[in-house]
Design a protein around this ligand. Structure first.
Ligand SMILES: *[C@@H]1O[C@H](CO)[C@@H](O)[C@H](O)[C@H]1NC(C)=O
Ligand SMILES: *[C@@H]1O[C@H](CO)[C@@H](O)[C@H](O)[C@H]1NC(C)=O
Length: 290
């Protein structure tokens, strides 16, 4: 009986351990703090988009109804009204996005100031005003990091030559290095990985294209006697060099007979070396050895 209790206790302990182990990762994900890890620039960008959208959507609205003489006056009043701003702001963050709401709350006063003092044609510059100049959480495109330093550009004037992404591009984070797309390499992604040849197309864009290694050498395939299959960025050899394609029995018999006859004739004609070599080559060719 005591044995049983220790056993079940141990089992319970083990179960507890398992549950804790399984729940650890979920609990860290469940922590609301983890949702705050979104780059503030991304939050700011999303807010800007929503704000601009809401601003444009409410542009034609008014306090509701009526098309009398004083409608225009009313419309003018609405354009800068608290009612409209509240309506825009209410639709800027969804209820569940705590990071969005927190960010918006923090800069509420500045937004209101902008709203009161800016004319509607400035709405398309809202992102620049809000995320670049006011909150300073983003960097202009093509720059990165705390001080918005320039990303590596290619000779064609594009970030990472247009063949990669600059780490932290447009954000106040990152190390500014190019993460080149597949096939490309180099500090500004203007070089090709091995197995690719570089060319520059009419748009001044660096292109890396696969080399067909199996057919790039006129004399010998890189697989020598084996079969060669070109792949993206390389090649594969397959099959066995000598037993790859066993010659058909009939062919083999016919060739051996030819060889023997030639050999016999050559013996008779005092063994002409050249015809022996010729017949050997014939067999070699026929059995795919060359
Ligand atoms: C891009 O990198 C190459 C070397 O990888 C270099 O020769 C070239 O000058 C660079 N271009 C620019 C604009 O920095
Ligand atoms: C040759 O390569 C292609 C892809 O590049 C692949 O689909 C094909 O199966 C390969 N053939 C052999 C025999 O490995």
């Amino acid at each position: 009986m005591p044995m049983m209790t220790t056993m079940s206790n141990q089992f319970l302990l083990f179960l507890c351990f398992l549950v804790i182990l399984l729940c650890l990762p979920c609990s860290t994900f469940m922590m609301p703090g983890n949702f705050m890890n979104v780059d503030p620039c991304i939050t700011c960008k999303a807010i800007s988009e929503k704000f601009v959208e809401g601003y444009k959507k409410t542009a034609g609205s008014n306090f509701g109804g009526g098309n009398t003489d004083w409608e225009e006056k009313k419309l003018k009043g609405y354009a800068k009204s608290e009612t409209r701003l509240i309506e825009i702001m209410e639709n800027t963050c969804s209820k569940s996005e705590s990071q969005c709401s927190g960010f918006l709350e923090k800069y509420e006063d500045q937004i209101e100031e902008w709203y009161q003092s800016s004319s509607s044609n400035l709405i398309d510059d809202f992102y620049k005003w809000f995320c670049l100049d006011t909150t300073k959480v983003c960097c202009p495109e093509g720059t990165f990091g705390k001080n918005c330093r320039r990303c590596p550009y290619g000779d064609n004037g594009r970030v990472c030559s247009g063949n990669g992404n600059c780490d932290g591009d447009g954000k106040r984070t990152g190390n500014g290095r190019c993460n080149c797309h597949n096939k490309y390499r180099g500090t500004n992604c203007s070089e090709c990985q091995s197995g690719y040849t570089k060319s520059i197309d009419k748009d001044n864009q660096v292109r890396c294209t696969d080399i067909d290694e199996c057919h790039s050498n006129l004399i010998l395939s890189p697989c020598v006697l084996r079969k060669c299959n070109n792949t993206d960025g390389g090649y594969e050899c397959f099959g066995e060099p000598f037993y790859r394609e066993a010659p058909k029995l009939g062919t083999l018999i016919a060739l051996t007979a030819t060889f023997l006859i030639l050999l016999y004739n050559d013996m008779q004609a005092l063994a002409s070396l050249t015809s022996i070599i010729t017949s050997l080559l014939t067999i070699a060719f026929a059995t795919n050895l060359l």
